[in-house]
Design a binder for this molecule. Structure first.
Ligand code: ADP
Ligand code: ZN
Ligand code: ZN
Length: 751
């Protein structure tokens, strides 16, 4: 057989002009070692550059004189498995990213930047046979030195620091022992440990009937090694136990598991449940790891030292070699979709990986995304439902409060009369409450009551939020800050005031109404420091606080048995968004937060304050009726031809020159219309095409326009392929340095 001599290399440089495979000849002495996935150094222009081998070929179009050679292989092992390569090409096609952007998803920055392995000094006993004699010789002069030798006798070796602590010795003892030749020091690699928590093992509970039946079905799928399961279970139905049972099953098969949880609920609580069942078989990946920690977790996984990975969105790229199962917990969460390039959806990537590796995909949720439940109805997904809570506790009783009525009766506080009474009696019983207010800061906006002027950010088209502690106005989009004005900047009147209560102000009000109450606030502003999430949640768990007040980050996944009251201070905040998913989001948020109540053996109660008590999203959520909500919402989606009955393509473009941008957007629409007219299929499926100024017209001084294209859904993927082709050509045609383009398929937000 003729030897393959050319490597197709993607260079590590993010630029559309270099987004292709470059052929390099493989030097004779490397022929045996070179394989796809390897990181290599190649000459590129006048310098050398890192790259990744994707193909190995017999032939090349490049002439013998012009071909250049691979300079060096950078790692002993490939950076990714050969089975990942089709996925890289798929991502490029599906998300219109560059090959290198897709590759970078699969490897940690620590590899590219050559992060050093962390080491520690370990002490070894030089020889065991003369130990007694040695101990004898040092005993009198230095009991510490003797202690060191004794410890090493029991344990052969120990890291220096640990050893000094156990022996109660100082480093001078080590130095003397070294001099005598009794011990030796070795530099050994250790993994940085991002999750240094005490480990308590727990026994699995006996599964209840519903759980057992679900597990049995899932096991069947795992044996077959394929399929997607939608596990729809009410909050507290014990889905996590089912995940762990499934994971056990997969480990028995000698295969591996990825468990994805939304970043926001990647809490110690969630991780500990896996750690306390599977111990050090679990690696944890999340966005707050340092480069070194991430690199070490990645290597631990790649070296087959851990079969289970728990992590946020990007953990879907974890380098497991024999994947048997991927679980997406809270699969409806928006955070599974990347909002930066490459704009992948973890569910889609997971689905591809499962297909490639013969693994099963489980989507778990109390409030499945409409699209997923629709797929289950069409039998594309296998549906398993859990209707009861694991401990047979009833779902909490939900009351809807019409805030218009309270306002009419002269109640201007953030608490309706009902919520006030409920909170009071919760406190009297020494139980805890969770209060949701999905707006951070102090007040939502500042405006003039005389002329109506609303203070906006100078860089963005959004109103500034008042933060009381610092007494400043902040923009939540660009972090621009400015002092709170004394008079209206437009009409000079003194009647300038903040409106719309946000979390800081709510905290203040609660403390005023209930003197002595212990309130813990959890929002973006109180969780920016490393570890703050953990501190807040564990303090609340230990009962150091009465009330946990926060934005949506408190709505999910938390399990505190002493919480018997959940209050939603303003349920409609999401309903006003200009988005076809606003009802769905409202339904999800209310259902999720309501699920935090009554998870112990005491019954829970939920109070929802709203100005739209008759809205179906709020009504169905109050009855815990997902299916009812689904049936109503799916009819509306069908009627207006929104997903899942159509595909939306959003092309967001931003520029600091507004005139140029408008021109560009209009030209693009013309070009698209022209292309579509040349394609019968696309033309007959087209529902909408237009350029619009984005709902937020400016962010960080860049103007924003968007083109929306909507195609009717077809069963085959013919339309899908056609619009991907269209997008590919569009990117080539309209690449431009001053205007940023972002293509998004079925965007989660149109803002
Ligand atoms: P979900 O993920 O569906 O919200 P969890 O898995 O968090 O539900 O389970 C809710 C609570 O019920 C947890 O405290 C869990 O330990 C407990 N639980 C789950 N399954 C059982 C069971 N079979 N027996 C007893 N308790 C269970
Ligand atoms: Zn004014
Ligand atoms: Zn701004």
């Amino acid at each position: 057989m003729k030897e393959k001599k050319y490597a197709g290399v993607v260079v590590d440089q993010v630029h559309p002009s270099t987004d292709k495979l470059y052929h390099y000849a493989i030097p004779e002495d490397l022929l045996r070692n070179v394989m796809p996935g390897l990181r290599v150094l190649v000459p590129f222009g006048r310098r050398n550059i890192q790259g990744y081998i994707l193909t190995i070929d017999n032939e090349t179009d490049i002439s013998k004189e012009k071909i250049r050679y691979i300079k060096k292989v950078l790692d002993p092992e490939p950076a990714f498995e050969p089975s990942i390569i089709p996925l890289i090409f798929w991502m490029k096609k599906e998300y219109h990213c560059m090959l290198i952007e897709a590759i970078r998803c699969f490897i940690p920055p620590g590899l590219r930047f050559n992060v050093k392995e962390k080491t520690q000094k370990v002490v070894y006993l030089e020889r065991a046979d003369s130990l007694e004699e040695w101990i004898h010789s040092v005993e009198k002069r230095s009991p510490q030195m003797a202690a060191i030798l004794n410890i090493l006798h029991q344990q052969d070796n120990m890291p220096v620091n640990e050893l000094l602590k156990s022996a109660g010795a100082t480093y001078s003892s080590i130095r003397s022992l070294l001099k005598k030749g009794y011990i030796r020091l070795e530099e050994e690699e250790i993994y940085r440990n991002p999750w240094p928590l005490e480990q308590v093992y727990t026994q699995p509970p006996v599964l209840n009937d519903e759980q057992r039946k679900a597990s049995k079905e899932i096991t069947q799928y795992i044996r077959e090694g394929r399929g997607t399961i939608l596990l729809h279970g009410v909050t507290g139905s014990g889905k996590t136990e089912i995940y762990m049972k499934a994971a056990e099953e997969v480990l028995l098969k000698g295969r591996q598991v990825i468990v994805l949880v939304p970043e926001i609920s990647l809490t110690p609580q969630a991780v500990n449940r896996f750690k306390s069942r599977f111990g050090n078989k679990v690696a944890v990946l999340h966005s707050r790891l340092s480069i070194g920690e991430r690199y070490d977790e990645w290597r631990r996984i790649r070296n087959n030292e851990v079969p289970i990975v728990v992590g946020a969105r990007s953990a879907v790229f974890a380098p497991l070699k024999k994947l048997g199962l991927i679980i997406l917990d809270e699969a409806h969460e928006d955070s599974y979709k990347s909002e930066v390039r490459p704009r992948y959806h973890a569910l889609e990537v997971a689905s591809k990986r499962c297909e490639a590796d013969g693994a099963v995909l489980i989507l778990g949720s109390a409030t499945p995304a409409l699209e997923d439940y629709y797929k289950a109805q069409k039998k594309e997904y296998h549906l398993i439902e859990l209707k009861k809570r694991a401990d047979n506790q009833p779902l909490p009783y939900v009351t809807i409060i019409d805030m218009r009525r309270d306002l009419e009766m002269g109640n201007r506080s953030i608490f309706s009369n009902e919520l006030y009474k409920a909170l009071k009696s919760t406190l009297l019983r020494n139980e805890q409450a969770i209060l949701l207010l999905n707006r951070r800061g102090y007040a939502q906006f500042v405006s003039c009551r005389k002329c109506g002027y609303v203070i906006k950010c100078t860089n963005c088209d959004v109103s500034m939020t008042y933060h009381a502690r610092e007494k400043i106005l902040k923009c939540h989009y660009c972090d621009y800050r400015e002092n709170y004005p004394r008079v209206c900047p437009v009409c000079n009147s003194k009647y300038i005031k903040y409106f719309g209560i946000a979390t800081q102000k709510a905290e203040e009000e609660i403390k005023k109404i209930f003197p002595g109450i212990r309130v813990l606030r959890m929002d973006y502003d109180t969780t920016s420091r490393k570890g703050s999430h953990y501190r807040i949640l564990s303090a609340f768990d230990k009962g150091e606080y009465d009330v946990l007040l926060g934005t949506q980050m408190i709505a999910k996944g938390l399990d505190f048995p002493n919480v018997t009251l959940v209050g939603v201070l303003a349920a409609d905040s999401a309903l006003y968004l200009p988005d076809y998913r606003s009802s769905e989001k409202t339904f999800q948020l209310i259902t999720q937060v309501a699920g935090r109540a009554g998870r112990g053996n005491k019954p829970g109660r939920v109070i929802i304050q709203t100005y739209q008590p008759d809205h179906y999203a709020i009504k169905y959520a109050s009855k815990h009726d997902y299916v009812g909500f689904y049936q109503k919402e799916i009819i509306i989606r069908k009627q207006f031809e929104y997903p899942p009955f159509s595909h939306i393509i959003r092309i967001l473009m931003t520029s600091d020159n507004e005139r140029e941008l408008v021109q560009y957007a209009n030209n693009m629409v013309k070009w698209i219309r022209n292309e579509i007219e040349g394609d019968k299929l696309l033309q007959s499926s087209l529902l909408q095409l237009g350029a619009y100024v984005a709902p937020i017209e400016r962010i960080k001084n860049r103007f924003r326009w968007q083109i929306l294209i909507r195609f009717r859904e077809d069963e085959s993927s013919v339309v899908r392929n056609a619009y991907h082709k269209l997008a590919e050509n569009l990117i080539k045609e309209f690449y431009c340095d001053n205007i940023t383009l972002a293509l998004d398929f079925n965007p989660l937000s149109l803002i």
